[in-house]
Design a binder for this molecule. Sequence first.
Ligand code: FES
Ligand SMILES: [Fe+2]
Length: 509
Amino acid sequence: GVKGGFGVFAVLGEANSLGPNDKKSLWGTLFDVEDPRSKAPQCKGRFLDVYQALELARYDIQYCDWRARQDLRTIVLLHEKVVEVLNPLAREYKSIGTMKKELAELQGELAQAHKQVHISEARVSAALDKLAYMEELVNGKLLEDGTKMESSIAAPSSSTSTQSLDTMKRPRKSLDVSGPVQPYHPRLKNFWYPVAFSTDLKDETMIPIDCFEEPWVLFRGKDGNPGCVQNTCAHRACPLHLGSVNEGRIQCPYHGWEYTTDGKCEKMPSTRLLNVKIKSLPCLEQEGMIWIWPGDDPPTTTLPSLQPPSGFVIHAEIVMELPVEHGLLLDNLLDLAHAPFTHTSTFAKGWTVPSLVKFLTPASGLQGYWDPYPIDMEFQPPCMVLSTIGISKPGKLEGQSTKECTTHLHQLHVCLPSSRNKTRLLYRMSLDFAPLLKHIPFMHYLWRHFAEQVLNEDLRLVIGQQERMINGANVWNWPVTYDKLGVRYRLWRDAVERGSKPLPFSKPM
Ligand code: FES
Ligand SMILES: [Fe+2]
């Protein structure tokens, strides 16, 4: 009743220490949004291309936003009126009867305004759906634009099934990733690449790696900082990693020449010291990983962060050398739709096959979540995949969002292009529960075993794809909805190799 109304008035009066003018200006900024209706795209009764349609969807959102603000303004004004009616000063001049009547009228108007807000809400949700759909279309359009020619899979003429496929009306969406694996494009080298975990590089250890088909070796200098030099001695080409590290210098096992982390030869036993230098790469250590810059361009000053979110503890860091081209492995990691078919004896055991699998990217083009799985995923250029998997019950993943799950597994996969048709995979696994697992002896072997099992399920398939690709088949012959992230990776990579700027799907502002 009226008494409660006083309460509301009192609370408002106290909480709002702003003067009446300040209050107006506060609301003013909220409501001072231009009516977008004058700028509606003119497209009634016309067929739109995807960009025009996207423009239209954007306009819808703008309109919804403006409409919602108008609704809110109505409610605010009505609320002010209620307060006015209940104002103890005004009350003196009114009978209780008049007040009741006025309040009832206001109540009616408020109910009306609330209804309007619900309508606006529904409108916003419809507009957002439309926008998501438009995004799919634009994605498809990008795909078309990125493709020079129609797919041209060499169909063996004896196979009737392939023939019937070819005579069907083919979708225009296709990427061409076929033929023998090409040498790596030099532009792909102009990125920071994680190449090893810090914990694996002790003071006296050497880690030989191949990167872009060249042999390198990592070791720590006198100051403890990591360095990366060519893994070939300047004297007679002996692999340096077969030698040792002495006082921060790598010593060739053949005749004892010693090199610093920047490649300078500082010791040449049994002969006069000559001015000799071997190649070295910019090398940094960040967040428990060693990074190198293999490109010719000057290195960028910032490295991306690959840390799991706070609250996660790293449980395993595993390195594997795999016999597939890194792009094929990335395609595989960026795909979740294969899980209930491929990973039937590991993590996807017992999963049902959903009627529709989608990858949604509300925030940025290379980052999003899987529907209907509680899995968030991100492609981090140039070759990293980050994923967070919500775990409610083991083996029961479907139908929940990642946020709704109480426990999570975070994974980092780095797919380093090593030598021809080979990938050096760095895998890091973190959990936001059971921190004590870490201290169980030999747990590391168990994690490695799990990771290898999962990967082996993929590998036999990807190796098979690679064989076919080498013989001319297109591994992206017929992409569908759930292939979005993999396709975007390919578009990104094509753009890098073509030297286009800015690169597609760069992070939002
Ligand atoms: S080959 Fe290395 S010192 Fe001779
Ligand atoms: Fe897989």
